[in-house]
Design a protein around this ligand. Structure first.
Ligand code: F0G
Length: 460
């Protein structure tokens, strides 16, 4: 028998009530939030696609692990279990637990960064860039050229441009390069995967120039799925073996456990080099906590250790990647412009093409985010000129390269009917697209303005 529908490979044991609302109520809520969905209260949201980070549903096994958590200050059983799980997976001997990914970034990048240093990456995630720049160093993105074209297919559109990397190392001088960071999957580049061949290439270049190679591994299980199904020679390897092969190429990794470790909080730094690990450990103990718990409680460590195993389950990963593709493919079939192919953890809608009548100065991405909320209570995230736009020295508007809206899919949380509801909403928005209007900013803070900016609709 051929099964056409990819079912959720779990059944529901505990439920969390969703409060439904009317369009009138949402109109009021959105006005109160001054048209910024970051300022909404979660109970005002029906389907929350703001992020896939820390929003996973834990399994019965993980909850059982939470009860077993050993809260001893030093050498807890839960720490031993987590340390073993990370060592087995990554092959790295030195493990530093942190409260989330950016804390691990801070430990390492403040240590190896600083003025005059440079980092190269396929695309730095915002917190990665912020930690690097905060140290006084420079962060340079080296994506593939094709990554700039949302419609163009490439099986590994998240790859790092290795020709550009060699040229950049030559230009800056290898001694000034603090690290090359390969982010898998490439979140800021549309959740696109990185091939093993690309990771091998990066490894070879780093080896040749004596440069540190760090993996940002927060979605490495999702990345392994794409390698197995798209890259020659991997069809018979397990997802875990594929991840292990990639870890082996790098000198260490940073991981936000809030993604592929299927937990609500946690992260770690793992390194091959003892000296570097000792230097980072000193800062860990000063800023996060003692070295056998870092920023975590024992129960958190249990849940991460279990999540790191569950995430490589073939049925889970198939469901995960197919369910993201399900949403993306339905939207694309309907004529909604999205980043193609669909990535692992999110669908990215090209709002500039969807609302061609809204000028970028009036934030077409923000308009779509607001329409999705008003129409159906769906919360999404603008990744466009609200997030990355700038004001020039003479006050002119400098837009972001793209006006995107990210529909991030929490892991094991929503069912296919929730996703169908999102698809239906887009069908309605498609019919009314000419009527959507832009927004103007009425308040903005000096940094990371998307979190707290306030807007008002531009009257047509
Ligand atoms: N690296 C990548 C690639 C990420 O996507 C994130 C977080 C981090 C590092 C930082 O980890 O949040 O645990 O401190 N991404 C979330 C998102 C916030 O919505 O994409 P963290």
């Amino acid at each position: 028998m051929h099964h056409k529908t990819t079912i959720e490979p779990f059944r529901i044991k505990v439920v969390e009530q969703i409060r439904l609302s009317s369009e009138d109520e949402r109109r009021r809520y959105l006005a109160e939030a001054q048209y910024n969905p970051f300022l909404l209260k979660s109970e005002q949201v029906i389907i929350d696609l703001l992020t896939d980070s820390g929003t996973s549903a834990m399994s019965a096994e993980q909850w059982a692990g939470i009860m077993r958590g050993d809260e001893s200050y030093a050498g807890a059983a839960s720490w031993q279990r987590l340390e073993r799980a990370i060592k087995d997976l990554t092959g790295y001997p030195y493990i530093l637990p942190t409260h989330q990914g950016r804390a691990a970034e801070h430990l390492l990048y403040s240590r190896i960064g600083g003025p005059g240093k440079v980092f190269f990456s396929n695309t730095h995630f915002d917190t990665t860039r912020a930690n690097i720049e905060f140290s006084g160093a420079t962060a340079i993105d080296l994506p593939l050229d094709i990554a700039r074209y949302p419609e163009e297919y490439h099986p590994f559109k998240g790859n790092l441009n290795t020709d550009a990397l060699e040229a950049a190392i030559a230009q800056w001088g290898a001694d000034n390069v603090a690290a090359v960071i390969l982010t898998v999957t490439n979140n800021s580049g549309g959740g696109q995967p990185v091939s093993m061949a690309n990771a091998l290439n990066v490894h070879d270049i780093c080896r040749r120039y004596g440069v540190l190679f760090i993996l940002d591994a927060c979605r490495i299980a999702e990345n392994a799925y794409f390698i197995r199904h798209r890259e020659e020679g991997y069809a018979h390897k397990s997802y875990r073996e594929i991840a292990q092969e990639m870890f082996a190429l790098a000198d260490g990794c940073i991981m936000s456990a809030k993604k592929d470790a299927l937990v609500n909080m946690g992260g770690f730094l793992a390194l091959k080099d003892l000296n570097l690990a000792l230097q980072c450990r000193t800062v860990l103990i000063i800023t996060e906590g003692y070295s056998t718990y870092g920023g975590l409680s024992g129960r958190d460590m249990e849940a991460i250790a279990i999540g790191l195993e569950e995430v490589f389950d073939p049925d889970y990963l198939h469901y995960r990647i197919r369910s993201t593709a399900y949403l993306g493919e339905k939207l694309r079939d309907m004529g909604i412009p999205i980043i193609w192919p669909v990535g692992g953890h999110a669908v990215y809608v090209d709002a500039k093409t969807f609302y061609p009548h809204i000028p970028v100065e009036q934030f077409p991405g923000q308009a779509l985010v607001c329409e999705l909320y008003l129409k159906a209570g769906i919360r999404s995230c603008e990744i466009g000129s609200v997030m990355f736009g700038k004001t020039g020295t003479d006050g002119q508007f400098i837009p972001a390269a793209m006006e995107l809206v990210r529909l991030a899919i929490p892991r094991r949380v929503y069912t296919q009917s929730h996703v169908d509801y999102v698809v239906e909403t887009f069908r309605e928005l498609m019919q009314e697209r000419d009527r959507a209007a832009g927004y103007r900013i009425v308040y903005e803070p000096p940094f990371l303005r998307h979190f707290t900016a306030r807007f008002e609709p531009v009257q047509g």
